[in-house]
Structures are given as structure tokens and as C-alpha cells.
Write a protein that binds this ligand. Structure first.
Ligand code: PTJ
Length: 251
């Protein structure tokens, strides 16, 4: 389908087309399109840009990843399709492993998404040999690699479903979530929630890692961070933005 560059929603339409293509290729699950649409709706409430409170979370996420002993970035179909190269770069600068973990899990999709991340430059991408189970989840979504998510101390989970985010926290891990919905269970369960679109969030976290070389500074950033306070500020931001748009509409 030809999309005119003059269309006001050009970027969004191109991304949708790409996601639809990746459904056909088996990278994105059909439900991934629904999740994407929900994300787009929440992004409207932010004005489709990184807000100040997300910047704070992105800085804290960079500090946590750099302070971790065994950080892992968990990748699903949507994250791979939207920002595989960004994830590979973040893994490199933060010393994190990449592991593919799918909600709609089949051996075939695991292989496809791992190969996709390898093609994007990922080294030692985990997911093919899931030999451990995350406690607290009954289904196959509990499967993970012993040398990856299972033994990680910090896990970054973009666009994660609530059950898994909660199970990771219960397993004693520090969890960084990227989710445009500040009301989701994942957002509430996480140690750090980045309410920002994933293709903006990942480069921002990469940029923040370059500013946090000093361990003392990282500790200061983490001590000042509180997830519930940050989420409350984000919800207030969305609400104030809607109020001001309604005021504009009046005139
Ligand atoms: O590839 P699979 O099989 O692992 O499936 C992945 C999906 C995303 C389908 C699965 O994890 C899922 O169902 O997720 P949920 O529960 O719909 O949660 C996804 C969350 O991510 C929602 O709260 C969306 O608002 C949010 N979201 C969607 N797109 C983006 C986003 N957040 C940031 N950036 C986005 N581009």
C-alpha cells in the first residue's frame, strides 16, 4: 500500500503497515496489533512525545541497568519489530543479555524472533534453550533460560503483560517496564516504569547510560526514584493535558 508522506499520520501509518507485515512473517502475534493500537491511544494522551517524568524513569532505568550484575533485556514480537537495533545497542552499552520471551509462545515463533534479533546484530541471543521456569506462572510463558532471565537481577521488559511482570518482581528481580499505559498491572508492579513509546524510550535510555558512568551518581539517581510517585505525576500530566485541550476546544 502506498502511503503519502504528506499524510498527517504518515509515521503512524508506516509503522502500522510494518507491524501488519511482521504479523504475516510470524514475528508479531495478531494480538500484538491490538496491543500496538492501545499503545497509540495512550501516546495521544502524552502528545506523542517524551514527557519530563518519562525522562526521569529513563535515567533511573539506565542507572539500574548499569548497576546490575546480570541484566537481561526480554524481547517479544512487538519489541523486536519496532526497535530490534535499539535493543541490540542498549544491550551492548549496558552489558545486558538479550532473551526472547513470548506471550503467544510457539517454538517456531521463538526461532523466528531470535533469528530476527541476531540479524539486527544481537550477539548470544537467548531463548532457544529455555530450560527453567519462572515461579508463579502456570503456562508456558513461565519458560526462560537459566543463564538469562531466570538468574537475572535486573530485567527490562518492554510491552510486558501484567502476570509476567508481577512474577518477575515476586522472584526478587528488579523490573524495568516500558508501557504507554500508566494504569496497567505491569506499570504498577514494576520497579521502574517508563511511560513512553518504546522507539523513543530505548534511545533515551541509551543516551542516559552515557551520562551515568559514576557509581555514586547512579546510586543518587536510584535513591531519588519512586515508581508510584512517578506514575501519579504521569497520570496527572495526562489529565492536565486533556483539561487544557478541552479548554482550547471551547474557544
Ligand atoms: O509477541 P508476544 O507473543 O510476546 O506478544 C506481545 C504482546 C504485546 C501482544 C503481549 O505482551 C500483550 O498482550 O501485551 P499487553 O498486555 O497488551 O500489554 C502491552 C502494553 O504495551 C499495553 O499497555 C500498551 O499500552 C503498551 N504498548 C503498546 N505499544 C507500545 C506500548 N508501550 C510502549 N511503546 C509501544 N510502542
Amino acid at each position: 500500500m502506498h502511503i503519502s508522506k504528506a499524510h498527517p499520520r504518515y509515521r503512524s501509518l508506516v509503522t502500522r503497515e510494518m507491524m501488519a507485515r511482521e504479523v504475516k512473517a510470524g514475528i508479531v502475534s495478531p494480538s500484538g496489533l491490538i496491543a500496538h493500537g492501545r499503545g497509540e491511544a495512550f501516546d495521544y494522551l502524552l502528545g506523542e512525545k517524551t514527557i519530563e517524568h518519562a525522562r526521569v524513569s529513563e535515567g533511573a532505568a539506565a542507572a539500574l541497568l548499569l548497576s546490575a550484575k546480570r541484566p537481561v533485556i526480554s524481547v517479544n514480537g512487538n519489541t523486536a519489530a519496532l526497535c530490534s537495533k535499539g535493543i541490540v545497542k542498549l544491550a551492548k552499552v549496558s552489558g545486558s543479555k538479550i532473551e526472547v520471551n513470548l506471550f503467544h509462545r510457539t517454538e517456531e515463533r521463538i526461532e523466528l524472533v531470535v533469528a530476527f534479533m541476531e540479524k539486527a546484530g544481537g550477539k548470544g541471543v537467548l531463548g532457544r534453550n529455555q530450560d527453567a521456569r519462572l515461579p508463579g506462572i502456570a503456562s508456558d510463558r513461565a519458560l526462560c533460560e537459566r543463564q538469562g532471565v531466570f538468574s537475572a537481577d535486573v530485567v527490562l521488559v518492554p510491552l510486558e503483560d501484567g502476570d509476567r511482570a508481577e512474577a518477575l518482581v515476586k522472584a526478587g528481580k528488579k523490573v524495568i517496564v516500558v508501557d504507554l499505559n500508566p494504569l496497567s498491572r505491569s506499570s504498577r508492579a514494576a520497579t521502574i516504569t517508563i511511560v513512553d513509546e518504546v522507539t523513543r524510550a530505548i534511545p533515551n535510555v541509551i543516551e542516559a547510560t552515557s551520562l551515568l558512568g559514576d557509581a555514586k551518581q547512579r546510586r543518587r539517581v536510584l535513591a531519588a526514584y519512586d515508581n508510584s510517585t512517578n506514575l501519579a505525576k504521569t497520570i496527572r500530566f495526562m489529565s492536565a493535558r486533556l483539561e487544557s485541550l478541552a479548554e482550547e476546544g471551547k474557544g
